[in-house]
Design a protein around this ligand. Structure first.
Ligand code: 2M8
Ligand code: MG
Ligand code: MG
Length: 266
């Protein structure tokens, strides 16, 4: 079993960013030697410290699938597509570099009054998200994907969808922000890693946990998709055949769904 998990609103609490309620499941994953692949809108600057804190050795999917990072020496790292990323990590770049994404955005940004992380200070991002100023600085260190404030109404949203399409950019929605990126999504990155894992274990079963519309492509890429509840107990508008709607929210939902999956034979 390989488990792909979103962070914000899934393994991490939407408000406090704590994974504490998921500790029993995290212990069980470690005990069984299963791979847990973090798959998030977050940057590598945010994810690598968490990866270390959780004692993981699996690759990570950063910035909505813009890039897959893996520790050097991890068995998935093979071939010339993996390039040096520094700090003992390799990267497989799926999306366009953030400079190109921002250049394409520049064409429609002012007209649509978009506000992205590049125009915000660390302080503003911290205020909007509840992250500390240091964490907000890490969140602003983008390499592939630009988070923007959600459009004010449906018409503005539709205009943004059209503009992104014309610019050849993908648009996806996270828990708080919308995200623009140049190619790639969580699903593409999950499929890619699943193929690499399946080379070593053809009977591999894949599971994914998420909380938001930007998790749909990841859900479509696995055998066991789980949508955890939002803090108010409702579920994000995500529909897919075979999707389990976990009644508990965030990390408590992660804990419950993973432990339940491990109890059943694979
Ligand atoms: C952004 O991502 C979340 C994920 O769902 C969102 O869109 O609400 C990202 O920019 C990430 O880097 C940041 O840590 C997070 C903070 O809430 O917001
Ligand atoms: Mg999320
Ligand atoms: Mg996310």
């Amino acid at each position: 079993l390989v488990i792909f998990s979103d962070l914000d609103g899934t393994l991490l609490d939407h408000h406090t960013y704590s994974y504490q309620p998921a500790l029993p499941a995290l212990d069980e994953i470690k005990k069984r030697g299963l791979a847990l692949v973090l798959c998030s809108s977050k940057t590598r600057a945010e994810m690598i410290p968490l990866h270390a804190e959780l004692g993981l050795d699996a690759p990570i999917i950063a910035e909505n699938g813009g890039g897959v990072f893996a520790p050097e020496g991890n068995p998935v790292v093979k071939g010339e597509h993996w390039i040096e990323a520094g700090g003992g990590w390799k990267v497989l770049e799926i999306g366009l570099p953030i400079a190109e994404v921002r250049q394409r955005m520049a064409v429609f940004k002012d007209q649509l009054r978009l506000q992205g992380f590049s125009e915000m200070s660390d302080h503003e991002v911290a205020k909007l998200t509840g992250l500390s100023k240091e964490q907000a600085a890490q969140a602003r260190r983008r390499e592939f994907n630009e988070p923007i404030l959600p459009p004010a109404d449906q018409a503005a949203g539709e205009a943004l969808v059209r503009a992104a399409e014309e610019a050849g950019l993908q648009l996806t929605q996270g828990g708080r922000f919308w995200h623009l990126l140049g190619g790639g999504d969580k699903g593409k990155a999950v499929r890619l890693l699943s193929v690499l894992y399946a080379k070593r274990d053809p009977d591999l079963v894949t599971m994914a946990l998420g909380d938001a519309p930007n998790d749909l492509s990841m859900f479509q890429a696995v055998e066991r998709p789980v949508l955890v509840a939002r803090p108010d107990g409702s579920h994000a508008p995500v529909e897919l055949e075979g999707l389990t709607k976990e009644p508990l929210a965030g990390p408590a939902g992660f804990n419950h769904a993973v432990l339940a999956a491990l109890e059943r034979p694979l």
